[in-house]
Ligand binder design. Structure first.
Ligand code: SAM
Length: 243
């Protein structure tokens, strides 16, 4: 499927206000943010992920990691503290160009642009660890499910993948609340943003049952599914599977 709309949106954001496009909080708006703070938040996130893996009793080989939807490399840079090589992949050239300018790890961290709905640029069993946060939610499910399938293919045996994607709205399926929220989130809000000259990012869902099915069908093992609290109106999960 074509991802041109998603690419255009993030190319624009990557040029206009990239830190805010990645972390939509006021302190990073209008290119005002402190990049040290921005990358510190990435280190804190990845340190938390490593502690989570340890709690789960998952020993991940520390060879090569993938950061899917790397943006400015906030998480790729942090992954380089734990893995000997990191690949950051993003759909937006503008993000990747900026990510390269922030790289502090030389050739150990590589960034690449990938505009297609698969990861054929990587061969089978390429990565010990795959991480993706606040990215799959911006991709239509026809493509995001392809990427999840690709994660199962490019993960090495004994490797672990962790990724976040919302499953749906937190309203009961079929309820009035769900209908109203859907119209607001997917139609009214983007329309109002466009009227104000802004470039709304899309939000998409992949039901939890579909994610589990993809992982099972690939012969991988779902190790843990964590419901994330910070998303108030969406039921968002962080999945951890091993191969
Ligand atoms: C909200 S940002 C998050 C960046 C990074 N994961 C972080 O947390 O710092 C989402 C990123 O996903 C990228 N993205 C969106 N669709 C993508 C796709 N199909 N393939 C790769 N990257 C994609 C966007 O360009 C953007 O840089």
């Amino acid at each position: 499927m074509s991802l041109a709309r998603v690419k255009n949106t993030f190319e624009r954001w990557g040029t206009m206000d990239p830190m805010y496009a990645v972390l939509s909080v006021k302190e990073f708006k209008h290119n005002q943010g402190d990049s040290n703070k921005f990358f510190q938040l990435g280190r804190e996130e990845i340190d938390g992920v490593m502690a989570y893996l340890e709690n789960l009793g998952q020993t991940v080989p520390r060879g090569k990691a993938l950061d899917f939807g790397c943006g400015l490399g906030r998480l790729s840079q942090a992954l380089a503290d734990h893995f000997s090589e990191v690949e950051g992949v993003d759909i937006a050239e503008s993000m990747v160009t900026a990510a390269r300018s922030y790289n502090k790890h030389g050739h150990r961290v590589q960034y690449r642009v990938n505009v297609v709905d698969h990861l054929q640029c990587f061969s089978d069993d390429s990565f010990d660890f795959i991480y993706s946060n606040i990215t799959l939610q911006h991709i239509p499910p026809e493509a995001s499910t392809n990427y999840i399938r690709e994660f199962t293919r490019i993960l090495r045996p004994n490797g672990v993948a962790i990724f976040q994607v919302p499953s749906g709205t937190s309203h009961a399926p079929g309820s009035l609340g769900a209908m109203v929220y859907r119209v607001y989130r997917h139609h009214l809000r983007p329309f109002l943003k466009r009227l104000r000259g802004k470039h709304p990012v899309e939000i998409h869902y992949v039901p939890r049952s579909i994610v589990s099915e993809i992982v099972d069908q690939a012969g991988c093992t779902m190790v843990d599914v964590l419901k994330l609290d910070r998303h108030r109106r969406e039921d968002s999960f962080r999945y951890c599977f091993s191969k």
